[in-house]
Design a binder for this molecule. Structure first.
Ligand SMILES: [Mn+2]
Length: 262
């Protein structure tokens, strides 16, 4: 039998609600693969880890943790900003470890207003930071993965070539890739990622958009060709997780993915 992807849900859609509201929603989600965000109103702490572990025990959840990303930049040329970013990310890794998370997902760095004066400096800083995060993750025995982000928002790891360069330069082959289909769509890179790096992709974020902005629409409500996406997943025998990261029509999106990938 053909291996099938496991379909899960990111709690991003209720990030504007309190942590306790999110916990209430967990009791009703229609999947056991849940991604929580260590961000905004859902930022993790020891007490919240206990609440999440209780939910996992009663509902059989497997958690993935999305690292914080607001105002963080692991490619920052500013030493204090860089140090604060790394500190916050290491704290998040400790929470993910305490939660027995299957995977901790982080955003690579972005360019700044002075990037053009120092060509390649942000790339090098980004790599150095990921090497440091990897070392911290190894101490925990935590699996970590980096997400593709659109160049139009200043991010520096947006296409397969960037990830190939990263692996070539560091040899850190145990850091996986989280393919964000919405982000990849803005760069027309979805098929390239799936065809060129099938063994590196350990997790997928699914949401739709019209090709201009990262809208996090429901699956089938933007311009992404999901039939084609499902066909490629089948061809590469993708059997890892794919989580809905839409912020609307969440239930419908889960159903659509299930139908597409059945
Ligand atoms: Mn994402």
């Amino acid at each position: 039998m053909m291996p099938k992807p496991k379909i899960g849900l990111s709690m991003l859609y209720c990030l504007s609600e309190s942590f306790s509201e999110m916990i209430k929603r967990l009791a009703k989600v229609e999947t056991c693969y849940v991604e929580v965000l260590d961000e905004g109103l859902h930022a993790l702490n020891k007490k919240r880890i206990v609440a999440l572990k209780e939910a996992a025990a009663s509902h059989g959840f497997t958690f993935t943790v999305h690292a914080p990303f607001a105002d963080l930049n692991i490619a920052s040329p500013s030493k204090p900003i860089l140090a604060a970013s790394i500190k916050r990310l290491k704290e998040s890794m400790a929470y993910a470890n305490a939660l027995d998370a299957k995977l901790w997902i982080f955003h690579p760095g972005n360019k700044t207003g002075i990037s053009s004066f120092y060509p390649d400096k942000d790339w090098r800083q980004n790599t150095e930071s990921i090497v440091a995060l990897h070392a911290a993750a190894e101490e925990y025995g935590l699996n970590i993965a980096m997400e593709n982000l659109p160049e139009k928002y200043g991010f520096i790891m947006k296409q397969p070539e960037d990830f190939q360069r990263f692996y070539r330069e560091t040899g850190l082959n145990d850091i996986g890739i989280v393919l964000d289909v919405g982000h990849a769509n803005l760069e027309a890179q979805t098929e390239a990622f799936l065809r060129q790096m099938p063994d590196k992709i350990v997790h997928i974020h699914a949401s739709d958009n019209m090709g201009e902005n990262d809208q996090h629409l429901g699956i089938g409500h933007g311009k992404i060709d999901w039939q084609h996406f499902a066909k490629i997943l089948h061809e590469i025998a993708y059997d890892k997780t794919i989580v809905v990261e839409s912020t609307e029509r969440v239930k419908e999106s889960l159903q659509k993915l299930r139908q597409l990938l059945a």
